[in-house]
Write a protein that binds this ligand. Structure first.
Ligand SMILES: [Fe+2]
Length: 190
């Protein structure tokens, strides 16, 4: 199957000023597209050719894994953003309070994980096998599904996610990104 770039659920300039249209143009339109193009090229004629991206992430290694996981991670990230954020649904808020003490404490802990991730990678909120919420850091393309965790929310902390708008100020990007989270979608993944 040929994988294609999934449509954004908002216009490219809708997330400004938190994420500018230029950031979306480069991050979604170029970086994400390149992962999709690389994946399509690499899986042609291989056992991965007819698999959905999630299955490739769970089964592949090396460059095929890297491009499939980056495609999956980027879609998950972009689909979780919204120009019109909603309140955190009660079912999710209860779980965040139980796991981290409060929503504010959760955000602080999540941002600490995202800020201290050395180099390129992702910060995640996941549900583990015992239904507990956990914060996870992954390097480069890595995805927590391969550790048996269910992703609920991710923030891209590769420099390409924030450098146009925030330069080297990763912490400023991490503070601002909370204004774009579609909590209904996050809760829907519980
Ligand atoms: Fe990215």
């Amino acid at each position: 199957m040929i994988h294609s770039l999934p449509a954004l659920p908002y216009s490219p300039d809708a997330l400004a000023p938190v994420l500018s249209a230029e950031t979306i143009d480069f991050h979604y339109g170029k970086h994400f597209q390149t992962y999709i193009d690389n994946l399509n090229r690499m899986i042609e004629g291989s056992p991965y050719e007819d698999m959905e991206i999630e299955e490739i992430v769970m089964k592949a290694g090396g460059a095929v894994f890297n491009n499939a996981a980056q495609a999956w991670n980027h879609n998950f990230y972009f689909q979780t953003l919204s120009p019109s954020p909603v309140e955190i649904p009660a079912v999710l808020e209860e779980k965040l309070v139980k796991a981290f003490g409060s929503v504010a404490d959760f955000k602080t802990e999540f941002n600490k994980a995202a800020a201290t991730l050395f180099g390129s990678g992702w910060a995640w909120l996941c549900k583990d096998k015992d239904e507990n919420l956990v914060i996870v850091q992954t390097q480069n393309a890595d995805n927590p599904m391969t550790q048996g965790l269910k992703p609920l929310l991710t923030v891209d902390v590769w420099e390409h996610a924030y450098y146009i708008d925030y330069r080297n100020r990763r912490a400023a990007y991490l503070e601002a990104i909370w204004n774009l989270i579609d909590w209904e979608k996050v809760a829907g993944r519980l």
